[in-house]
Design a protein around this ligand. Structure first.
Ligand code: LLP
Length: 426
């Protein structure tokens, strides 16, 4: 469910015509619906009902401060994977005690910052990382709360680049080595074992891989308890998929039922790290047609957004629906097969290939749907293009939540060396 719909022949976000925002702010831009963000958060939260749970929104999906603070206002915490994401979460007002820190490559500075913030737990991904956290906590006379990220070797049946729970992936500790690592962790003086963590991949469209992974994690927790290592939290990661095309991923309620069905009698507080399921279908990328070009074998629609603005189609060959902002009706819907491409100097710069679209002309606006997750956060300045604004619609109004970059922003961190030969003074 989302709040983008046609009304009076044009695309609206909530109660605002998208074209009106384009007129005032220019293109391209990311547009998020406040109503959809809130609805998605609440649906996820309510799906777990009275079960002891904490949503730790996965900041990497869409890290704008206003998005994080919106979820925080609804009770959400954060899942962060870098010092930068930790900074954002704290800046957005998220309590340290609601932040979990995942990732295979935490640095000394990042671990220290997380200790200072008093985070809920580190999701430890290697034996060496565990030792470093212990050492850094000791220097601060602290005890660091940790869970170990388990790699359960379950196939999430998703794109290989976003599958993380297979033994061939770099993530987590093989489940076969988990008990000995936990035993070691339990004996480290500046470590407190608090949980078990497991994230197997992203854009999952079935519940069965979640269930399989949780079955394995549950057995591990039972074994740890037999060894007198108590586990308070079970972090089930993120990964719930959304509809981009014809996928029918489980609804939050089905996902929650499946999870609770496995972990019901464990007595652990649940932590979940949803990203895409909260923000994916709450955002679109709005772009304008610059030119249309009839090629020898293909027809191109050249737009003002490229792979630097939205890389998912190029990187994962991901399908994202594209719709015209003015509604085409009747005879006009004489669709043509086109490639929608950007201005970047790469043949891999496309937003869609071989796509049926109505006859577009220069100046038409297009909306790339389902762009709220891993859209802006994966954008770059490649080809020295300015990163685009992020805008949020709230009912009949909109708010720019990140301004369009300027050329000065582009070179702000650069230092231009003066190469002119120095004139010797006598
Ligand atoms: N927790 C951990 C430890 C993760 O690595 C991820 C995503 C999440 C939670 C959130 O997963 P979600 O609920 O969003 O599926 N750039 C890719 C997706 C990469 C996901 C990386 N990890 C894409 O555009 O499809």
């Amino acid at each position: 469910m989302n709040s983008f719909h046609y009304q009076d022949g044009q695309l609206f976000c909530e109660q605002l015509p998208v074209a009106e925002i384009a007129r005032q702010e220019g293109t391209p831009f990311y547009l998020y619906s406040h109503e959809t963000l809130v609805r998605h958060y609440q649906a996820f939260d309510e799906a777990f009902g009275d079960f002891d749970h904490q949503i730790c929104y996965s900041v990497k999906a869409c890290s704008n401060l206003s998005v994080i603070s919106l979820f925080a206002s609804l009770g959400g915490g954060c899942d962060v994977v870098s010092g930068g994401e930790l900074f954002r979460a704290l800046r957005a007002g998220v309590e340290g005690g609601k932040i979990v820190f995942s990732g295979v490559g935490k640095t000394v500075a990042e671990i220290n910052a997380a200790l200072d913030a008093g985070i809920l737990m580190f999701n430890v991904e290697s034996s060496q990382e565990l030792d470093l956290i212990n050492e850094l906590a000791e220097k601060r006379s602290m005890v660091a709360p940790v869970s170990v990220r388990i790699n359960p070797d379950v196939d999430p049946q998703t794109h290989p680049y976003i599958s993380t729970g297979l033994s061939a992936n770099k993530f987590g500790i093989p489940i076969s080595e988990a008990v000995s690592l936990y035993q070691r962790a339990a004996n480290l003086p500046n470590i407190k074992v608090v949980g078990v963590d497991c994230h197997i991949g992203s854009q999952l469209t079935k519940v069965s891989p979640f269930r399989d992974a949780l079955d394995r994690v549950k057995s591990l927790i039972e074994e740890l308890r037999r060894l007198k290592i108590d586990i308070h939290y079970l972090d089930i990661g993120g990964g719930l998929g959304i509809t981009y095309d014809a996928e029918r991923p489980p609804l939050p309620a089905e996902y929650a039922q499946a999870v609770m069905g496995v972990v019901n009698d464990l007595g652990c507080g649940l932590i979940m790290e949803p990203g895409r399921a909260l923000v994916g279908n709450a955002g679109i990328l709005v772009s304008r047609v610059l030119y249309t070009k009839v090629g020898v074998t293909k027809n191109f629609v050249i737009v003002d957004a490229g792979m630097n603005d939205l890389v998912r189609p190029s990187l994962y060959n991901a399908y994202q629906k594209i719709v015209p902002v003015r509604e085409f009706t009747g005879k006009e819907i004489d669709q043509k097969t086109v490639d929608v491409v950007g201005p970047i100097c790469e043949s891999g710069d496309f937003l869609a290939q071989e796509r049926l679209l109505p006859p577009l002309i220069s100046g038409d606006l297009l909306a790339v749907m389902s762009s709220g997750a891993y859209g802006f956060t994966m954008s770059s300045n490649y080809n020295s293009r300015l990163r685009v604004p992020e805008i949020m619609v709230i009912g009949k109004q909109y708010q720019v939540i990140r301004r369009r970059e300027t050329f000065d922003d582009l070179v702000a961190g650069e230092i231009m060396v003066d190469w002119r030969p120095k004139v010797e003074r006598s």
